[in-house]
Design a protein around this ligand. Structure first.
Ligand SMILES: C[S@@+](CC[C@H](N)C(=O)[O-])C[C@H]1O[C@@H](n2cnc3c(N)ncnc32)[C@H](O)[C@@H]1O
Length: 319
């Protein structure tokens, strides 16, 4: 079985996507969940964003992982079955694979084609690791394939994707991860730290406007998959740090009064009205440790960069 790749497709059906998008568009304020950013183009745009000078989180998290690989491997243990939530291009896990030497790698991602490409390349580059890739929505009680049950389990959740959830939902998701891991199971998780507003705002308003293209791609995807007629030039990207809530918010703001058809329904937008597309909560180390404790995890180790832009936590589930 060594070096084999298994692919499991639990991608949400289009009817579920339609129902969820229409429900979000019926709310005040209107909203669509950030998981819908990630069709193939959305994943490609995200990868391009991670290379931008303003987007400090990826390079900072990679530096932390590179600098602490041996200690991370010691804490997580070799020969485990390593699940990654929101694996994207599986770039960060590569930093750890040589030190960790897991027996199996289980990348989970909602972006089907991108996941298949990344998992196939990784299985080719690391033939000693069995890859079980599952296209699934982890916000929805993540559906998992039958996995080998003789291996110790560990999980990796990078990119501060936990910040996309309301704190209560983040707690519930971490608890589900804990139940999957079992008592004593380890979770390595990357969390973006609170910092000055100008650094945060610049990271989500890059001068090349890739983040704007990423945000607007959501409308293009809805047009294609849900027979909608959003006119992209009539919406503008808006991203700012909401200090009181402790989060970056991304919106698409309507530049005029307009009507849009989505899956046969007419949706009214007033000029200036916004469609809320993402939250990205920022935590201090102590705030995140408290959230993790509320989900049944204790902290084994926390690493940050010298400028304290980003944190990586090794947590242990105690139920
Ligand atoms: C911010 S990107 C991070 C990618 C990569 N882990 C990194 O750290 O650079 C979020 C990733 O999670 C995936 N994702 C977002 N929401 C998801 C969900 N609800 N279920 C599964 N995957 C999701 C996206 O497709 C994307 O690959």
């Amino acid at each position: 079985m060594n070096g084999s790749i298994h692919f499991y497709d639990f991608h949400p059906p289009v009817a579920d996507i339609r129902d969820e998008v229409l429900e979000g568009l019926s709310r005040r304020p209107k909203q669509v969940a950030p998981k819908y950013f990630y069709d193939r183009r959305g994943s490609q745009l995200f990868d391009a964003i991670t290379e931008l000078p303003e987007y400090y989180p990826t390079r900072t998290e990679v530096d932390i992982l590179e600098s602490n690989g041996a200690q991370i491997a010691e804490l997580l243990g070799n020969d485990c079955m390593l699940m990654e939530l929101g694996s994207g291009s599986s770039r960060k896990i590569r930093v750890l694979l040589d030190a960790l030497q897991p027996a199996a790698y289980v990348p989970l991602d909602i972006s089907r084609a991108h996941l298949l490409d990344a998992a196939t390349t990784l299985a080719r580059d690391y033939p000693q690791i069995d890859v079980h890739a599952a296209c699934t929505d982890y916000s929805n009680g993540f559906e998992l394939p039958e996995l080998p049950d003789h291996l110790a389990r560990a999980a990796f959740f990078p990119g501060s994707s936990i910040g996309n959830f309301e704190p209560d939902d983040a707690c519930a998701l971490l608890r589900r991860v804990g139940c999957y891991l079992g008592e004593g199971g380890k979770l390595l998780i990357g969390v973006d730290l609170k910092k000055d507003t100008s650094t945060l705002n610049a990271a989500y308003n890059d001068t090349r406007q890739l983040t704007a293209a990423f945000n607007l791609n959501l409308l293009e995807r809805i047009n294609r998959e849900l027979a909608a007629d959003f006119q992209l030039q009539c919406f503008e990207h808006l991203a700012f740090f909401n200090e009181q809530a402790g989060r970056i918010e991304m919106h698409l703001r309507s530049t005029r009064d307009q009507q849009v058809r989505v899956a046969g329904q007419v949706i009214d937008f007033a000029e200036g009205e916004s469609l809320h597309t993402e939250n990205s909560y920022k935590y201090s180390v102590a705030e995140f440790q408290a959230l993790a404790a509320g989900s049944g995890f204790s902290t084994e180790q926390v690493w940050t960069d010298d400028a304290r832009l980003f944190s990586v936590h090794c947590l242990r589930y105690s139920g």
